[in-house]
Design a protein around this ligand. Structure first.
Ligand code: OSB
Ligand code: MG
Length: 368
């Protein structure tokens, strides 16, 4: 295939509920939508980077810069027939996974559409539906959190993930566990603790958690190995894992027993699939994380989560948890805590161009 045109657009959508983690609070999100035209076929991708560098070093603006000034110029007008060849065109670009994911997803979409195949088929997915949980932010009170948990359990979601941070941790988890003795429950600290907090983190062992996600520094695997040796709750890495090699090293060091694979964080579906393979070989379960993607990135998440290693419910919830009006049709919805894979060609959802245009803050077109 040969990409003849790339359109970039920063699109803003308001969240139904503001979302607070240990590192930031968001009421709306600005994601970059990437539209390519290759051999006359359209493909769409999404950079779901936060606008601030508080989850990882990338931001919406760094993604714009890396796409506009490097990734797109390195690929425009060049021929490729596989995604391995495509990513080879910009292999010199270090890091910047969110930026790379936006372009790579668009290329997967165009490639799958050109072959008349759904993306999950091209990737080798084996699941007809992906299991869905919800990730709940830090709230003003435990009562407010209970209300949200009640709502999502009633909607059928399979597990609840709570954001934790110093001051909103053991006591909150205890109250949630007391009220819901049997739910599948896990927590995510987004790097809010250090090894000085081992005693506190060890107290979480009492609550039968599926896992604790990224308790320590975003770029660490050594201290996580020390922590894992000291607590019973399985450690799950998110921020620390960008490549299949990162996953191999973390598993070798026993820094984690579970990995959260985010298509956005790792540069796209290709590396997500490689990480999943490494984990499967090592018997490490994985699940699909999310970055509050709009419908385009979410559809890519669903396709990737259909791969065989994704045995745990993920953070890929229905669009209606996040947005009143998403940028695609049909809406992506969970039923009985699962999202069916899309059988249409490519991502299997159609961007709604006038909704996208209405919410666009900045746009650029680059041609070969
Ligand atoms: O750490 O998994 C995270 C959202 C924004 C930034 C980081 C994270 C999250 C989530 C929400 O947990 C996942 C989702 O519902 O898309
Ligand atoms: Mg996380």
């Amino acid at each position: 295939m040969r990409i003849e045109q790339v359109d970039l657009a920063i699109v803003r959508l308001p969240l139904i509920r503001p979302f607070q983690t240990s590192s930031s609070r968001k009421a709306h999100l600005d994601h970059i939508l990437v539209r390519i035209v290759a051999d006359g076929v359209e493909g769409w991708g999404e950079c779901a980077s936060p606008s601030d560098p508080f989850y990882c070093p990338e931001t919406t603006e760094t993604c714009w810069h890396i796409l506009h000034d490097f990734l797109v110029p390195m690929t425009l007008g060049k021929s490729w027939s596989t995604i391995e060849e495509l990513t080879g065109l910009y292999a010199k670009v270090k890091g910047n996974g969110f930026a790379r994911a936006g372009l790579e997803i668009a290329c997967w979409d165009a490639l799958a559409r050109s072959q008349g195949l759904p993306l999950h088929r091209l990737l080798g997915g084996t699941r007809a539906e992906v299991l869905s949980g919800v990730s709940l932010g830090i709230e003003s009170s435990v009562e407010a959190l209970f209300e949200h948990i009640d709502q999502y359990l009633a909607e059928g979601y399979r597990r609840i993930k709570l954001k934790i941070a110093p001051g909103w941790d053991v006591d909150v988890v205890r109250q949630v566990r007391e009220r819901y003795p049997n739910i599948a429950l896990q927590v995510d600290a987004n790097s809010a603790y250090t090894l000085a907090d081992v005693d506190l983190l060890k107290r979480l062992d009492d609550f039968d958690l599926l896992l604790i996600e990224q308790p320590l520094a975003h770029d660490d695997i050594i201290d996580h190995a020390k922590l894992q040796a000291a607590i019973e709750t399985p450690v799950c890495l998110d921020e620390s894992i960008h490549t299949a090699d990162d996953a191999r090293k973390a598993i070798e060091l026993e820094a984690c027993r579970v990995i959260n694979i985010k298509v956005s964080r790792v540069g796209g579906p290709l590396e997500a699939r490689r990480i999943q393979e490494v984990c499967r070989e090592q018997g490490v379960p994985v699940w699909c994380g999310g970055m509050h993607e709009f419908g385009i990135g979410r559809a890519a998440n669903v396709a990737v989560a259909s791969l065989p290693g994704f045995s745990l419910p993920g953070d890929v919830s229905g669009s209606d948890k996040y947005y009143r009006e998403d940028v695609v049709e049909p809406a992506i919805l969970a039923r009985d805590g699962a999202i069916a894979v899309f059988e249409g060609p490519g991502l299997g959802v159609e961007p709604v161009v006038d909704r996208i245009r209405k919410n666009t803050l900045r746009a650029a077109t680059l041609r070969a």
